[in-house]
Design a protein around this ligand. Structure first.
Ligand SMILES: [Zn+2]
Length: 103
C-alpha cells in the first residue's frame, strides 16, 4: 500500500517523484467519507509539467505525510486536517522568523 500522500494547506496528493527537495505530486480529491480519487485537472495543475493528470510541484518541507487506508480513504478526520494545516502554517511562520535572525 502506498502511503506517500502529502498535504499542504489546500492540496492532497500523491508524490510521484522528488528532486532537489521539490516533490512532484498528483492532485487527489477527497470528498467527506468518499475515496480519494485523482483530480482530472483544476487551477492547481502546472501545465509546464505536461502531465495528463493534475500535477504540481511542492517544496518537501511544506508537505506532510498523510495515511490512507486500503480503501483509499484518508486516515485522518476533518478536525485533524485543520490541526495539521495550522501546524504547517506555524512551521512556515517560524522559518520566516529564523531567516530574519540569520540576516
Ligand atoms: Zn487538481
Amino acid at each position: 500500500m502506498d502511503c506517500r500522500k502529502l498535504g499542504n494547506t489546500n492540496f492532497i496528493g500523491r508524490i510521484t517523484s522528488i528532486k532537489d527537495n521539490i516533490a512532484t505530486a498528483q492532485h487527489w480529491i477527497s470528498k467527506k467519507e468518499e475515496k480519494l480519487k485523482p483530480c482530472a485537472g483544476c487551477y492547481q495543475n502546472n501545465p509546464k509539467l505536461n502531465k495528463a493528470r493534475c500535477t504540481k510541484r511542492i517544496k518537501i518541507d511544506k508537505t506532510w505525510k498523510i495515511m490512507v487506508d486500503s480503501q483509499k480513504r484518508l486516515k485522518i478526520d476533518r478536525d485533524d486536517l485543520k490541526i495539521l494545516r495550522r501546524e504547517i502554517r506555524k512551521r512556515e511562520h517560524n522559518r520566516v522568523k529564523s531567516n530574519r535572525i540569520m540576516r
